[in-house]
Design a protein around this ligand. Sequence first.
Ligand code: HEM
Length: 410
Amino acid sequence: MNAETLEAEPTVEAPVADDGVISDLYNDPFPIYRRLRETAPVHWVPAIGRYLVVGFSAIHTIDHDPETFTANEEGSLMIRAMGHSMLRKDDPEHAEERKALGSVLKPKAIKTVWNEVFQCNYERYLKDFIAEAEPDTVDGQKVLRADFHTGFAEPYAAENLREIIGFKNATWQDIRRWSQDMINATGNYADDPEIWDLGKKAFDEVDDAIDEVIPSLDENTLLAHMISAGMPIHSVRANIKMTIGGGFNEPRDAMGTTLWALLERPDQLAQVRQTGAKGWERAFDESVRWVAPIGMYSRQTTKETVLEGIRLPAGAKLGVNVGAANRDPAQFENPEEFDINREQKPHLGFGAGTHYCAGAWVARAQVARVGLPQIDAQLPGLARDPEREPRAGGWVFRGMLSVPVTWQCN
Ligand code: HEM
């Protein structure tokens, strides 16, 4: 069903979510999502001035009807923080910019170029991870302990993205800082001047780094493809910033969530080990459904419309909450469970429709083909650290904040 066909049905106003909803989402959004979904697929949330869309089929409608639900949001904080990228444009402008990415993020380039880069980065950061681990004794057994999130997932994902973009003049720590500071500015609804200052600094540094590297680009990189496709420089700048914001945290977070989910479920981990590559890919995909690293993105109505029986005024700002929709029982059986054996159905963790993630293949390759299977094979007895608690946080972006693990000393 699309928004048009629903117009003939009886309509109601969206229920209003209480103000506490937003402040409680950070720690554990899932019980709140469940409560919201049980009442209605769309809620008005005064605290953020948006309609929060939590139902799977409502989001499916939105993502496939860009004429009614534009990505080009008025007053978008993302445009202010990063410039006007393809993510905030509709077709045909969006399609033209997306085409300029060329083959860089596609399976052939992964096979011929990026797998080797990921492998090198894996080896380099695994070495650092092991060298920086703390020796200890747990239950009489000599172990090494470390935080997988900060010690491996973070440098590995940032370094992979740095190389894909073509920033040979930056470090992985630059990517991490730029990404976080621009993401914070994108979510700066409270208009905190300090957050804007840091965001602006990252914005300017990225522009300078682009200018500096353009004369000596390697041909396989995103920057080289955008420039040779004739993309105007202001669009190159905006799309690179959006990719820094969207191509680092997400593989890092999916890697941490997948590993943690499997360490907590030894039966599924054993099954993955037995199945090999396919098993790791299945676990990665289930983790992106279970805890969507990008939990919410925005859209805006271009006209008054009715979505799943709920009236939306023209110009309504929407929070498309895929983190909630990915646990909608109308789409998935036992949706709160991490289950690699569930019936495979499309989820929304990579978005849907014209803005479907351009980096999904790259993410899957670095996490499920290179990073996780090898780390699991190379660290004997890899397990949860029984003495340290894992931490997860966030809802607009969500992932593990700390994944404490141990493995046996040789
Ligand atoms: C697990 C990892 C990832 C997840 C869960 C993810 C998720 C998403 C989602 C939900 C969207 C759509 C947002 C919207 O419609 O507003 C998106 C778009 C996009 N992603 Fe990813 N992403 C991941 C990794 C990556 C990587 C590694 C890259 C680049 C190297 C990347 C590049 C992009 C780009 C360029 C777009 C914009 C596509 C367009 O507008 O047509 N992503 N991603």
